[in-house]
Write a protein that binds this ligand. Structure first.
Ligand SMILES: Cc1cc2nc3c(=O)[nH]c(=O)nc-3n(C[C@H](O)[C@H](O)[C@H](O)COP(=O)(O)OP(=O)(O)OC[C@H]3O[C@@H](n4cnc5c(N)ncnc54)[C@H](O)[C@@H]3O)c2cc1C
Length: 371
């Protein structure tokens, strides 16, 4: 890479940007520069709960999740980094007949695509997690290949492998502007005033995507939604292989993390969080809180990701707006962007995820995610 420029500049070093860097290198493009404003993984990625599930409500997200899980299972072999993948399953708890009807349809779809998911009775859910209150449930779903992993390790694994292949990563270097000429990407201007010539920009800046894309005249309607997670110092006897359990009605979820539990939901304080948590898992009242942090979901208007290339600005690619599940989809999304940038046939057609769907009422749409 000389001072003249690079083949592609990736904006953002979270799980998405790092995955793009890795997959571009795998596709043979190594004159690539990744600019990260802070440190690798420091955005939403390092705040995530690490959940990975094949249980999605539409075929596109199921396929993305299947392709991603396959890469996460092989991750250590591919990159040399252990991501602490725990395939303990995801258990969704359902307490209303109308929600159960939605889940029944989703399970039928998932099974038709080869997902090993099944519907459980409340008693069967209680057998999996004896500490749960199950009396008010009408059912549950369980997929044993789901689970969780460590998001920062995924970022470091992708970044290490990408560097090994020649990709350059600069941390503490914010992109200030994308410079365009004649309907094409021409360069990226850094906050320090350096101009990096490039025909290709991949915007993976998380909640910062809207601001940096706007400098190129591209609208990516991503917004931040704050979420908090909590860590207890003890597990209350909850087994080390307990599934990642989600109470669908309230959003309360938990999984084992070290000697204790990680749990979260829609509430932003421990006091508010305790009501839905104790309703479903009374033992949680006895577990001392050890720590807590908050982060931002990168939300899109329809809660589906925005992935693709701009119809109006040649050389501008993007992936953002994952609305709470960007970590688990990062492998397949990075692969897809690398395919687009290098002109290969995409493994999955992600045209329905293009951001133009928000501008064009007749544009392709994917069904809203129900779980
Ligand atoms: C509490 C919580 C729990 C979550 N749990 C899960 C979960 O269980 N499973 C799951 O799949 N997802 C989960 N998520 C969502 C997931 O974290 C995100 O969807 C995902 O991390 C998005 O990755 P990203 O790489 O797009 O964004 P980020 O990780 O935010 O990375 C974007 C990076 O871009 C950098 N940046 C911004 N602007 C610029 C610029 N101008 N120039 C250079 N760099 C820039 C930022 O510093 C940042 O590091 C959770 C999120 C939160 C907050």
């Amino acid at each position: 890479m000389g001072s003249l420029g690079v083949d592609a500049v990736i904006l953002g070093g979270g799980c998405i940007g790092a995955s793009v860097a890795y997959h571009l290198a795998e596709a043979g493009l190594t004159e690539v520069l990744l600019l990260e404003a802070d440190t690798l993984g420091s955005g939403s990625t390092s705040k995530a709960a690490g959940g990975i599930r094949l249980q999605h409500g539409d075929p596109l997200n199921v396929r993305l999740a299947q392709r991603s899980l396959a890469e996460l299972v092989a991750f250590e072999q591919l990159t040399g980094v252990d991501i602490f993948l725990r395939q303990v399953g995801y258990l969704f708890l359902i307490s209303s007949p109308s929600d159960l009807a939605i889940f029944d349809r989703s399970v039928a779809l998932q099974q038709s695509l080869g997902v090993p998911v099944r519907v459980l009775s409340p008693d069967e859910a209680g057998e999996l997690v004896p500490q749960l209150v199950t009396g008010d449930l009408v059912g549950a779903t369980f997929c044993p290949s789901d689970g969780f992993a460590t998001p920062e390790a995924v970022v470091q694994g992708y970044a290490t492998a990408a560097r090994r292949s020649g990709v350059t990563i600069r941390q503490g270097e914010r992109a200030a502007r994308i410079i365009t000429a004649h309907g094409r990407v021409a360069a990226v201007l850094t906050e320090r005033g350096e101009r990096i010539a490039t025909p290709t920009v991949i915007c993976a800046a998380g909640i910062g995507s809207r601001a940096i894309a706007a400098t190129a005249g591209v609208d990516l309607p991503v917004s931040a939604e704050r979420r908090r997670i909590f860590f207890s110092s003890h597990s209350g006897g909850i087994s080390s292989d307990v599934p990642l359990t989600v109470d669908f009605a309230t959003g309360f979820y938990f999984h084992r993390e070290g000697p204790g539990l990680l749990f979260g939901g829609r509430e932003l304080t421990a006091e508010e969080m305790m009501a839905p948590a104790m309703h479903r898992l009374p033992v949680i009242a006895d577990l001392p809180l050890k720590s807590t942090w908050h982060g931002d979901y990168d939300m899109s208007p329809d809660h589906n990701a925005m992935v693709g290339h701009s119809a109006h600005l040649s050389g501008f690619y993007y992936a953002t707006g994952f609305s709470g599940h960007g970590f688990q989809l990062s492998p397949a999304v990075g692969e897809h962007l690398a395919e687009l940038v290098t002109g290969r046939q995409p493994s999955i057609d992600l045209a329905p995820l293009r951001a133009e769907r928000f501008a064009d009422a007749d544009g392709n749409r994917v069904e809203p995610i129900v779980i």
